[in-house]
Design a protein around this ligand. Structure first.
Ligand SMILES: C[S@@+](CC[C@H](N)C(=O)[O-])C[C@H]1O[C@@H](n2cnc3c(N)ncnc32)[C@H](O)[C@@H]1O
Length: 293
């Protein structure tokens, strides 16, 4: 209880153990990905050595019935093969912890940290998996309806008829195509320094979420007043966005330095244009940049 609206420094395995069962409405997180990055307090190649099974089981325990776990993850390539850790983790939640694999979504970036070379053998890595897991049926799903419809207002060709109980065919009114529909399950954001966040502080962390990505998940899977947990809170994108969107938050990270950044970021604002940048095929970065101060 005393953890609500705090950023706590420690190993999630231990800290989670002190949180009550069925306590949080939503978990939004990305664990350390294989050995892709080196974080504070960890030597290179130790970054991935967190207790996945122990933490996964604690996350399952603290999540409320109907709560949602957003697990955002990618794989390293080792000895010419992707590790497949992302799939193994998703299947562990599904098979062993009996969470629903509600939706396998894609977080797509506009640029790649590992661009392909013409003489290489692998295309540019441009996405991460965003596994949406839920404890039973999700209790909240406010689908974001911001995919513009080219056919808005269209009533269709010809007349539509429906057979009544007495066998008579009667003409029925079609509903016009709405201006916007729910987006697809591939979400695309501009990433990198100054794109993911306008907080200069955040760039001290090597792997921050775009604020828009977290904001959109919060708006979809939670309501105001809900408690959101990030057990690998890093620079605090989840805790900042939860606070900004009138949700409660609990952030945990093993690095005191990252926790301090996260605490400072709670009170910083967000660019209006950091939400929902793009749901079509192209991002016009010149437009986004124009609005920056
Ligand atoms: C992928 S980063 C998360 C970045 C975060 N999403 C953001 O926007 O800044 C993973 C984080 O997990 C932290 N970490 C690694 N092992 C941990 C553990 N056992 N308990 C808590 N945090 C841990 C690292 O310090 C790192 O900041």
């Amino acid at each position: 209880m005393e953890f609500v609206n705090t950023v706590i420094c420690g190993d999630s395995k231990n800290i989670l153990g002190t949180i009550s069962d069925n306590y949080v409405d939503c978990i939004i997180t990305s664990p350390p990905y294989d050995n892709l990055r080196t974080y504070k307090n960890k030597k290179e190649h130790e970054a991935y050595e967190f207790d996945f099974k122990g933490i996964a089981s604690e996350l399952n325990r603290v999540l409320k019935k109907g709560g949602t776990l957003v697990w955002i993850v990618g794989d390293e390539v080792i000895n010419g093969s992707e590790t497949g850790s992302s799939f193994r983790q998703a299947l562990y939640f599904l098979d062993e912890l009996k969470l629903n694999l509600h939706d396998t979504m894609i977080y797509k970036k506009n640029s790649s940290s590992f661009p392909a070379r013409a003489d290489g053998n692998r295309y540019s890595q441009i996405f991460e998996y965003m596994f949406i897991l839920s404890k039973g049926k999700p209790k909240t799903a406010n689908l974001l309806c911001d995919k513009p419809n080219a056919w808005k207002g269209w009533l269709g060709f010809g007349k539509m008829k429906q057979r009544e109980r007495n066998g008579q065919l009667v003409e029925i009114q079609r509903n016009p195509v709405p201006e916007f529909s729910p987006r697809t399950n591939i979400w695309k954001y501009a990433t990198g320094r100054n794109y993911s966040s306008s907080d200069e502080l955040a760039s001290q962390h090597p792997a921050i979420f775009p604020e828009g990505l977290v904001g959109d998940n919060i708006l979809t899977w939670t309501n105001e007043g809900d408690i959101i947990l990030d057990p690998f809170n890093g620079s605090g994108t989840t805790t900042k966005m939860a606070h900004l969107l009138n949700r409660k938050y609990i952030g945990i990270d093993i690095s005191e330095e990252y926790c301090n950044i996260a605490r400072k970021r709670i009170s910083t604002g967000v660019r209006e244009d950091s939400f929902a940048i793009d749901f079509g095929d192209d991002i016009d970065l010149s437009n986004i940049k124009k609005n920056w101060k």
